[in-house]
Design a protein around this ligand. Structure first.
Ligand SMILES: Cc1cc2nc3c(=O)[nH]c(=O)nc-3n(C[C@H](O)[C@H](O)[C@H](O)COP(=O)(O)OP(=O)(O)OC[C@H]3O[C@@H](n4cnc5c(N)ncnc54)[C@H](O)[C@@H]3O)c2cc1C
Length: 404
């Protein structure tokens, strides 16, 4: 039976650890934080990220993680409602998008993984280097509360997110796309009437996009898309003024709410957006998945979902070789097969993610006219058809099924 060291217990690392451990593979999952709430990550799970949990037999567990299931989305242009789409049960079934607590999801995954004797989670274990012998990665070294540690393994998986140490240490060649925007993330008091029919509200205007949705902790989550590098200026002007700017592009019910809560919003958090990918996902004895392989722009809320789908495909290829003699050549061939299967979806999603920001952030007449025309034409379609039209992006562009 093979031994695997996985660096990072985000959704990618935690799902892969669980899938390997329950087939008897020895897994050490190394997470630098003690508490999953300490690491900020996205919270929207789409059908393409939810369905794998059903295939894993974890659907009842998923239902118990705090979340809000979205019934659809509404688009406003300069405060006026232009489009609405329904996530129709006949299209999405129980896999309609959910805004889900990530600490809740990750605690559930490591608890279920821990039911297998071959699984070990080390919290507070920060990896800082790879161990390489004769050109092959054979483990990692790092620090935890007891001092320096070393973990030896047949395979090291870097699932350590957008600032991946494993990617950097393995010197994997990478390519970054320009990203014109950053996101200011904050919460305001709940709107009970909105919670009754939870929807994602997207408001475009003045070169900004505002997204608001009722979330699992009885608050309204707000994301304010700004031009890259403008957060310093927003902080200097103050958050109440920032909420006034948001209100200027929102429909009247949301504008009133933002004005009422301009003094008591939560502290804002800046998400600096990145879109990049490594050109090779593996080295002998080493693989990267999730944001460590391809940091996803937040457009379309894809990052968590793509990381989970990477983990499923990785398990499909790795279980057969790690259950057996863990032959190094077979492990490296499995890593190459994982890259070949996952790259098409990652490239296509990153290509689609690059399209909307330049139009939304532009104040040029052609961008505004284009948005009016496009939303006007789309508004002629029935709401259920619009929701179904989003299916490709919501459910994934390639077929991912758990086979092990
Ligand atoms: C503000 C924000 C909003 C987002 N919104 C969305 C959204 O709505 N929907 C969506 O799908 N995606 C969203 N994303 C992106 C999403 O969070 C990521 O794509 C996703 O979390 C990637 O999963 P992962 O498992 O690859 O890595 P991560 O979730 O980043 O997990 C990596 C883990 O590795 C650990 N780690 C890092 N370095 C080390 C080390 N040296 N040693 C040990 N452990 C280490 C970290 O503590 C972390 O727990 C958002 C991201 C941010 C920051």
């Amino acid at each position: 039976m093979g031994r695997v060291a996985i660096v990072g217990a985000g959704p990618g690392g935690a799902v892969l650890a669980l899938l390997l451990a329950r087939r008897g593979v020895e897994v050490t999952l190394l997470e630098r934080q003690h508490d999953f709430a300490r690491e900020f990550r996205g919270e929207v799970l789409l059908p393409g990220g939810l369905e794998p949990f059903d295939q894993m037999g974890l659907w009842d567990e998923i239902e118990r993680v705090p979340s809000v299931q979205m019934q659809g989305g509404v688009l406003y242009l300069n405060g006026r409602r232009r489009l609405a789409a329904d996530f129709d049960p006949s299209t999405f079934g129980r896999f309609a998008p959910r805004w889900m607590s990530q600490p809740g999801l990750l605690e559930m995954l490591v608890r279920v993984a821990g039911e297998n004797a071959s699984f070990e989670l080390r919290r507070g274990a920060s990896v800082n280097a790879l161990v390489t012998e004769a050109g092959r990665c054979v483990g990692v070294v790092g620090k935890d509360a007891e001092g320096d540690f070393e973990v030896r393994a047949d395979l090291v998986v870097g699932a350590d997110g957008r600032t991946s140490v494993v990617r950097r240490q393995a010197a994997l060649p990478e390519h970054a796309d320009p990203t014109p925007m950053d996101i200011v993330w904050l919460k305001v008091a709940d709107v009970p009437a909105v919670r009754e029919h939870p929807r994602l509200h997207a408001c475009v205007g003045n070169g900004h996009l505002l997204i608001a949705a009722p979330v699992y902790d009885e608050t309204l989550q707000v994301a304010w898309i700004i031009e890259k590098g403008r957060f310093g200026e927003i902080r200097r002007r103050g958050i109440p003024e920032c909420l006034d700017d948001m209100a200027a592009v929102a429909p009247p019910w949301l504008a009133d709410h933002l004005h009422r809560h301009r003094e008591d919003a939560s502290r804002p958090f800046l998400l600096s957006t990145v879109s990049d990918r490594v050109l090779e996902w593996s080295r002998p004895g080493l693989l990267v998945i999730g944001d460590a392989a391809h940091t996803m722009s937040p457009v379309g809320a894809q990052g968590l979902n793509i990381a989970i789908r990477d983990a499923v495909v990785a398990a499909n290829h790795l279980v057969p070789v790690l259950e057996g003699a863990a032959d190094p050549q077979a492990i490296d061939a499995a890593n190459r097969a994982i890259e070949a299967e996952r790259k098409p979806e990652v490239s296509e999603v990153q290509r689609l993610q690059a399209r909307p920001p330049p139009v939304i952030l532009s104040q040029a007449w052609w961008a505004r006219a284009g948005l009016q025309l496009a939303t006007g034409a789309l508004s002629l379609l029935p709401r259920r058809q619009l929701g179904a039209g989003l299916r490709g992006l919501l459910s994934g562009v390639t077929d991912v099924k758990l086979r092990v």
